[in-house]
Design a protein around this ligand. Structure first.
Ligand SMILES: Nc1ncnc2c1ncn2[C@@H]1O[C@H](COP(=O)(O)OP(=O)(O)OP(=O)(O)O)[C@@H](O)[C@H]1O
Ligand SMILES: [Mg+2]
Length: 291
C-alpha cells in the first residue's frame, strides 16, 4: 500500500469565465521512505499540491488516499487531527511565533496534544539537540539567523514524530550556506526513515532527492527517479538551459512583424520551432535516470 495516492486530483479556483485551474487531474503515488523534490515555474501548482497532500486543502475533483484511507472528503476536524499526528510542515517564511522562545515554539504542537509541561520541554529539547540548536533553546526567533530559524521550524515539524514531512521552499529565504545546512538536515530526516516532499526552485537541491517531479500548468510534466547525491537529469537540463533560438531568429521574428510580408518571403523557420514546442508542451514523460 502506498503512503500517498492522488487519483486525478483537480483544484479549481473561482467560477464561470474566471475559473483558474491550479491542479489539473494530477495522478501521483508516493511510497513511504521516498524523498521527492517538486519543481516547476511560479504558478505551476506546487504549493497547491503540497497543501493538498498536507490536508490543508481539499480537491475540487478526484480522490486522495493517505495510507490507503480516503481522506479527501473528511471533515475539517478529522483532517486537522491527521495533520497533527502524521504530517510535519516547513514553510519558506518559517512561521515561528515571535513571542515564544525556540524551545516554546518547538514544544507548541505537544501542547495541542495535551502533554504535560515537563514532557513537552523534554521532547522539545531532544529535538533541538538533534538539529544542533540545544544551546539556542532560550533564544527568540529575532535573535537567530535565517538558517537557525529554519532549523527551529524543522524541529517543530519533527516534534510529533510525523511520518511525512512537507517542506514548501524551505530554503527560499536562505543564503547558500544556510540552504545547505537545512537540506543536510532534511536529508538526515529522510535517511532516518521519514518520507520527505520538498519544493524547490534550485536544481542543485535535487541531489537530496530520490525522485524529482516537475510541474507545469497544474499538471505533472515529468517524473524521474534519481540517485541520492546526483542532480536529476531533467533538473540538470533546466540548470544549463540554453535558448533554442538564436539572436538572428529573434531579429528575424521582429523584422517579420515590422514589414509587410511578401508571399515568397522565408519566414518558416521560427514558425516550425514554435509548432514543435507546442506539440511537446502537454506531454508527461516518465524517465528512469541511467547515470
Ligand atoms: N487561494 C487562491 N485563489 C485563487 N487562485 C489561487 C489560489 N491559490 C493559488 N491560486 C492559483 O493557482 C495557481 C497555482 O498556484 P501555486 O501557489 O500552487 O503555485 P506555485 O507553483 O506554488 O508558485 P510559486 O513557485 O510562485 O510558489 C496560480 O495560478 C495561482 O494564482
Ligand atoms: Mg508556491
Amino acid at each position: 500500500m502506498s503512503l500517498i495516492e492522488l487519483q486525478d486530483v483537480s483544484k479549481l479556483y473561482g467560477f464561470g469565465d474566471a475559473t483558474s485551474v491550479a491542479l489539473d487531474e494530477v495522478a501521483l503515488t508516493i511510497e513511504s521512505g521516498e524523498c521527492v523534490a517538486v519543481m516547476g515555474p511560479s504558478g505551476s501548482g506546487k504549493s497547491t499540491l503540497m497543501n493538498m497532500i498536507g490536508l490543508l486543502d481539499r480537491p475540487t475533483h478526484g480522490d486522495y488516499l493517505l495510507n490507503g484511507r480516503r481522506v479527501s472528503r473528511l471533515s475539517v476536524t478529522r483532517r486537522a487531527k491527521i495533520r497533527r499526528d502524521k504530517i510535519g510542515f516547513i514553510f519558506q517564511s518559517f512561521n515561528l511565533l515571535g513571542r515564544l522562545t525556540a524551545l516554546e515554539n518547538v514544544a507548541l504542537p505537544l501542547l495541542y496534544k495535551g502533554h504535560s509541561m515537563p514532557k513537552r520541554n523534554h521532547e522539545a529539547r531532544t529535538i533541538l539537540e538533534r538539529v544542533g540548536l540545544h544551546d539556542k533553546s532560550y533564544f527568540y526567533p529575532r535573535q537567530l539567523s535565517g538558517g537557525q530559524t529554519q532549523c527551529v521550524a524543522i524541529a517543530r515539524a519533527l516534534v510529533n514524530k510525523p511520518e511525512l514531512i512537507i517542506a514548501d521552499e524551505p530554503t527560499g529565504n536562505l543564503d547558500t550556506e544556510s540552504s545547505r545546512l537545512v537540506m543536510e538536515l532534511l536529508g538526515e530526516i529522510h535517511k532516518s526513515g521519514n518520507t520527505v516532499i520538498f519544493v524547490t526552485h534550485n536544481p542543485e537541491l535535487t541531489r537530496y532527492a530520490t525522485r524529482v517531479v516537475y510541474m507545469q500548468d497544474g499538471a505533472i510534466k515529468y517524473d524521474e527517479q534519481t540517485k541520492l547525491g546526483e542532480v536529476g537529469s531533467y533538473a540538470r537540463k533546466v540548470m544549463y538551459a540554453v535558448p533554442d533560438t538564436t539572436e538572428d531568429d529573434d531579429l528575424a521574428g521582429v523584422s517579420a512583424l515590422m514589414k509587410i510580408e511578401k508571399p515568397n518571403e522565408k519566414t518558416t523557420k521560427p514558425k516550425k520551432k514554435r509548432a514543435r514546442r507546442k506539440a511537446t508542451k502537454k506531454k508527461t514523460t516518465k524517465h528512469k535516470a541511467t547515470s
